[in-house]
Design a protein around this ligand. Structure first.
Ligand code: AMP
Length: 213
């Protein structure tokens, strides 16, 4: 099973991808998480990507495509995978096609911009393992600490309100056209993402054809 999650920043792609990933026993590949890790480690890719990510801009297609190409070649991807945050441009989707990778389903999580802006102000991320939380809708068991590894939770630099508006603009201009790309291939499944995590998961699983979700 190869699934792509599309949606605005903060639409819930990462959260839903993790849940579906556990359910289907396939890995989630988040280009954002890979890039943030590279920035943290100060690798050449990280150094090249830092300015883009901090400003809410997209990292150039060739950089992201080579990251994904390398990751998808790993053995854990052989039974399928979930892509969270890739592709984000039509050229990236075309590059995926050229790699011979055609997704089975593309879930587009639909959330209005106003909901996104208020959601992003409450998002917290573990600086160590990258797990994400929300102060209201998905709080950690112990305030300020990651449930998985106990490390401190922080606000992502690109979740600051002024950067969020830029990221939403980039989403509408550059990423949203992917809906048409995948609709024309008959793969697009639009899912309402504005309600609770549980409701969105149920809708996502039903869209994927899981019975009794
Ligand atoms: P995310 O964690 O998916 O919100 O991604 C955070 C940031 O990483 C984005 O705002 C971009 O700067 C960069 N990024 C992640 N995935 C991509 C991609 N597929 N293409 C270009 N830039 C990306």
């Amino acid at each position: 099973m190869k699934i792509i999650f599309l949606g605005a920043p903060g639409a819930g792609k990462g959260t839903q991808a993790e849940i579906v990933s556990e359910r289907f026993g396939i890995p989630t590949i988040s280009t954002g998480a890979i890039i943030r890790q590279a920035v943290k480690e100060g690798t050449p890719t990280g150094i090249a990507a830092k300015t883009y990510i901090d400003n809410g801009a997209l990292v150039p297609d060739d950089v992201v495509v080579s990251i994904i190409q390398e990751r998808l070649a790993a053995p854990d991807c052989k039974n399928g995978f979930i892509l969270d945050g890739f592709p984000r441009t039509v050229p990236q989707a075309e590059a995926l096609e050229r790699m011979g990778i055609r997704p089975d389903a593309v879930i587009s999580l639909e959330v209005d911009d106003e909901v996104i802006v208020s959601r992003m102000s409450g998002r917290r991320v573990c600086g160590e393992c990258g797990a994400t939380y929300h102060v209201v809708s998905l709080p950690p068991k112990r305030e300020g600490a990651c449930d998985k590894c106990g490390s401190a939770l922080t606000v992502r630099r690109d979740d600051k309100p002024e950067v969020v508006c830029d990221r939403l603009r980039v989403y509408h201009e550059t990423t949203e056209p992917l809906k048409g790309f995948y609709a024309s291939l008959g793969l697009l499944l639009s899912v309402r993402g504005a309600d609770s995590v549980g409701e969105t998961t149920a809708r996502t699983l039903r869209a994927l054809g899981v019975k009794n979700a």
